[in-house]
Design a protein around this ligand. Structure first.
Ligand code: GDP
Ligand code: MG
Length: 174
């Protein structure tokens, strides 16, 4: 029998960004190591969790999903968030153009100390369909003081690394 875990910290992290950039699949990849090909834009699921160990402490990452309500994200969604992932799709320029608005929304509603990571998803499509260069994204991230990573929820590439980078940064500040 497994003993109940004694959680040392719970970190709320919100995932934001335009519809269809892959937010729900990123969560599913990070929390269950799954990718669901025929996922609908499911409404209702608020967050998923994964417990990790950081420097010998058990940290429960509580990752919030907009759950198909991208147009109606409320201040309650941001409340108490220690970190955020602002996601765009590297094959959809407009989703990157909207990142600035998502960062503004976040800064208006979340705590000033929230750690923010810019995430370019669908890196598996980079060879044929890339519409946002890595250089443009790096420049945006540096200007706005964000961490940055390109990932693929489909292949799983860099997904854990990006979440761990964010969670480690939050951990270093608590
Ligand atoms: P959300 O609206 O931001 O939650 O986006 P979803 O997670 O529902 O994904 C939107 C669509 O993009 C779905 O058809 C996914 O299968 C697809 N998708 C998500 N992540 C990836 C990825 O990393 N690579 C590719 N090729 N497709 C992805
Ligand atoms: Mg979704």
């Amino acid at each position: 029998p497994t003993l109940p875990e004694k959680i040392d910290y719970v970190f709320k992290v919100v995932v934001i960004g335009d519809s269809a950039v892959g937010k729900t699949q990123l969560l599913s990849r990070f929390t269950q190591n799954e990718f669901c090909y025929d996922s609908k834009s499911t409404i209702g699921v608020e967050f998923q969790t994964r417990t990790i160990t950081l420097q010998g402490k058990l940290v429960k990452a509580q990752i919030w999903d907009t759950a198909g309500q991208e147009r109606a994200v409320t201040s309650a969604y941001y409340r108490g968030a220690l970190g955020a992932m602002v996601v765009y799709d590297i094959t959809k320029r407009v989703s990157f153009d909207h990142v600035a608005r998502w960062v503004e929304d976040l800064r208006a509603h979340a705590d000033d100390s929230a750690v923010i990571m810019l995430v370019g998803n669908k890196a598996d499509l980079a060879a044929d369909k890339r519409a946002v260069t890595t250089e443009d994204a790096v420049e945006f991230a540096e200007t706005h003081r964000l961490f940055f990573s390109e990932v693929s929820a489909l292949s799983g590439g860099n997904v854990d690394a990006a979440f761990f980078r964010l969670l480690e940064e939050i951990f270093s500040r608590v």
